[in-house]
Design a protein around this ligand. Structure first.
Ligand code: ZN
Ligand code: ZN
Length: 287
């Protein structure tokens, strides 16, 4: 396959997802399995692309990486999804109803506009939460495990300490009244962009795509092994546009990723990571 065709795979995937939700009848959109099926199909597709269009040999998937990635992806969909829906989204929806602060006019806008409003709003919050994580030590301790991954793959966006995964799932989009298919399109389009932005796929999308959306090129730079200081750019999970607006965009890419001594952390180490300063102090005292 020609490289130029591989490069349009990310925008073509977004177009396919948008076309699906734009054309799907309401009965299909409302089925409880439709949203997870679209999300999982996208991930499987990009994971398979890694096998055909590898970007870096050093990032090649293996059994341990795959098993860990599947665990975190399931954890993200099931546990984190449940927690953020129960603790944040449902209360927000109730608040919206009680205070009568709906935005019914949003649902009058064209489908694509609704999708982008939800995506850019959600990503605006993500941007600041992620940037705070790189600027305040207690938050960094929850986010650091995501930066200790030593290779990038389709599902690596789901890897992290559970506290961080919960914090990064938070948003105010439950306050927005949009059509259900537009809401699901924004979830799955955002997910697809973030999946490609972590994937070991040799696809460099067109300039217009990289102007608005995060690419593996720019996100790998965010994961660079150079230094902690060098990771403080390109915070956008799927919308890099906010980095351009707020001055944190940086051009470039990195093939070598991972923090500190680039030692791969186990799931247990990732979950205990925020306690590290305290555990180290305790260890030193016991000397
Ligand atoms: Zn980060
Ligand atoms: Zn990442």
């Amino acid at each position: 396959m020609k490289q130029s065709l591989v490069n349009v795979l990310p925008p073509a995937t977004l177009a396919a997802i948008l076309a699906f939700w734009g054309l799907a009848p309401a009965g299909l959109v409302e089925q409880p399995w439709t949203l997870p099926l679209v999300a999982v199909t996208t991930i499987v597709f990009v994971q398979l692309l890694e096998l055909v269009f590898e970007r870096h040999e050093g990032w090649r998937i293996n059994r341990t990486e795959l098993a860990t990635d599947i665990f975190y992806t399931a954890f993200g969909f099931l546990v984190i999804g449940y927690l953020s829906d129960t603790l944040v989204n449902s209360p927000l929806r109730e608040l919206k109803a009680d205070w009568g602060i709906g935005t019914p006019w949003l649902a009058e806008l064209p489908f694509l506009v609704q999708v982008m409003v939800v995506l850019f709003t959600f990503e605006f919050g993500q941007y600041w939460m992620h940037r705070a994580m790189h600027n305040w030590t207690p938050l960094w301790l929850t986010h650091a495990p995501h930066h200790h991954v030593t290779q990038l793959n389709a599902m690596k966006g789901y890897i992290g300490n559970p506290i961080e995964l919960f914090l990064i799932s938070l948003g105010v989009t439950a306050l927005l009244d949009v059509d259900l298919n537009a809401l699901f399109a924004s979830f799955t389009v955002g997910g697809a962009i973030a999946t490609y932005a972590h994937a070991n796929v040799k696809a460099d999308p067109p300039i217009w795509y990289g102007f608005f959306f995060t690419t593996i090129r720019n996100h790998s730079l965010h994961h660079t092994a150079l230094s902690y200081e060098d990771t403080r750019c390109n915070y956008g999970n799927s919308v890099i546009f906010w980095d351009r607006v707020f001055g944190t965009y940086k051009e470039g890419e990195s093939a070598i990723v991972g923090q500190d001594d680039r030692k791969r952390l186990s799931i247990k180490e990732q979950w205990l990571f925020p306690l590290r300063p305290w555990l180290e102090k305790k260890q030193a005292a016991e000397g």
